[in-house]
Design a protein around this ligand. Structure first.
Ligand SMILES: Cc1cc2nc3c(=O)[nH]c(=O)nc-3n(C[C@H](O)[C@H](O)[C@H](O)COP(=O)(O)OP(=O)(O)OC[C@H]3O[C@@H](n4cnc5c(N)ncnc54)[C@H](O)[C@@H]3O)c2cc1C
Length: 432
């Protein structure tokens, strides 16, 4: 076990996502030692993963090295490590590089794709939760066009040209819109042998409208935008099976397709060892109103992994970046209160609103007292995303990419850097 180097308490944060980064930053100059463990050496800006998958942005623009974020923070240390076990009796965590002792443990591991136990769907469909997964998807999409060019059989060719996105939350809607823009403006000049009127994009949703958590006005407008762009929206439609060749639905419909993008749900990224913790809806860990995991006095959970019932949110908070950010900030202050034997303050989420973009000049924004759609919403969406992207270089490169894409109607990164191979690459990511 790595030895302790100071009289100050050791705070281990598992996960350098939105929540983990915030709590570590807020602990700067406090009388604690912070050790962050993450299986990647970078922070991922997940809201823009779909742009990496559809050739709009390079992966480097949406990822940022964690060590660089904390270069000037003397009480911060970082290790690339996959945490595999929490040992509450010895107050330590077991990782791929050894064990580490903690006085306070913060679990900020986020969530992972939920296939709801459907192994075949998990094997054949494409998730989009990490940079490697987005790059796999980008390769697969482009490989399918290369296959479609050489395929002689019309039926087999159509399966390469049908794209099915399951789940019409923000990720599904944004991905469907980005694919439609590729079809309408970009790909026809690359592949003049393909008849792009045959490229079909289906967005499938079990609920009765797209963007179910948004206002009805936003859902209605988003669907209208998508349909104008040529996306077929199938609401009230539940997936039954997908075998890599065709997807079937509970209503008996079938679509032949080589590409199913799965954005239908997430579940908490649980690490074993918390025997007293309650794992509730969506595989999240139940906490008190100041993020303490019930059953423990020094283990906390923030962000997507945490489930906190409050008067305003009786079924827990939404799994969005703002919740993770605000919980991280609040828990930093509470940890100092706890160390100083003061009473921690309850978390009160300030909902700043929701937004999703569908394409060029098309977005929807729901604020508490104002809901708007179209060009101004799209500008707002871009501004907010640039604001929250980590790192000046990333902000600049992303903004330049968006400006060039806007005027050229092009996407610069249509590259198959490494071929996607379902068997080997899915195993890579599972181990990762
Ligand atoms: C495609 C996509 C689009 C999204 N779009 C939006 C959006 O537009 N707006 C919005 O508000 N939210 C959006 N979200 C949700 C938002 O990204 C999450 O709510 C947010 O990332 C949660 O932050 P977190 O800190 O809880 O976890 P994360 O940001 O997911 O970070 C978790 C970190 O933990 C690390 N980790 C996990 N397990 C381990 C382990 N065992 N050992 C070591 N490290 C581990 C991971 O590598 C990761 O770095 C989107 C999510 C996705 C996937």
């Amino acid at each position: 076990m790595e030895s302790r180097s100071s009289k100050f308490p050791q705070v281990i944060i598992i996960g350098g996502g939105f929540g983990g980064i915030q709590i570590a930053k807020k602990l700067k100059d406090k009388e604690v030692n912070v050790l962050m463990l993450d299986k990647h050496n970078y922070h991922t800006f997940q809201p823009l993963l779909y742009q990496v998958a559809t050739g709009g942005l390079e992966p480097d623009s949406i990822a940022f090295p964690i060590r660089k974020i904390f270069q000037k923070q003397a009480n911060f240390k970082f290790r690339v490590a996959n945490v595999t076990q929490i040992n509450t009796e010895s107050s330590s965590v077991t990782t791929s590089i050894g064990d580490f002792h903690y006085d306070y443990l913060v679990i900020a591991t986020g969530s992972e794709t939920n296939f709801f136990g459907q192994k075949e769907i998990e094997h054949f469909s494409m998730p989009m939760k990490s940079v490697p997964e987005a790059l796999n998807l980008r390769s697969l999409l482009l490989q399918n066009f290369e296959e479609a060019v050489i395929e002689k059989n019309a039926q087999a060719k159509q399966a390469f040209l049908n794209f099915v996105i399951v789940g019409a939350g923000p990720t599904g809607v944004e991905t469907a819109g980005a694919l439609a823009e590729l079809r309408n403006h970009v790909l026809p000049s690359d592949y003049d042998e393909i008849d792009f009127s045959k490229m079909k994009i289906f967005l499938v949703e079990g609920a009765n409208r797209v963007l179910p958590p948004f206002s009805e006005q936003a859902s209605y407008k988003a669907q209208q935008f998508l349909e104008e762009m040529g996306v077929t929206v199938l609401t009230n439609t539940m997936v039954d099976q997908y075998n890599g060749e065709q997807i079937s639905f509970k209503n008996g419909d079938v679509i032949p397709t080589k590409s199913v993008i799965w954005s239908a749900g997430v579940k908490g990224a649980i690490i074993p060892g918390l025997e007293h913790a309650q794992i509730v809806r969506g595989g999240r860990i139940k906490t008190t109103d100041y993020n303490l995991i019930e059953g423990y006095n020094n283990i906390f959970a923030i962000g997507d992994i945490s489930y906190m019932e409050t008067e305003k949110f009786p079924h827990g908070h939404p799994g969005v970046a703002q919740v993770a950010i605000q919980q991280g900030q609040q828990l930093a202050a509470n940890l100092i209160r706890i160390i100083n034997k003061e009473t921690p303050k309850p978390f009160d989420y300030f909902d700043k609103g929701s937004m999703a973009t569908i394409g060029r000049n098309k977005a929807v924004v729901d604020l508490k007292f104002w809901k708007f759609q179209g060009f101004f919403a799209w500008i707002t969406w871009m501004f907010i995303h640039l604001l929250f992207l980590v790192g000046f270089r990333n902000k600049l490169v992303t903004m330049m990419n968006w400006i060039v894409n806007y005027f050229s109607q092009d996407r610069g990164t249509r590259l198959i850097i490494r071929r996607f191979n379902r068997k080997t690459m899915k195993e890579d990511i599972a181990i990762d």
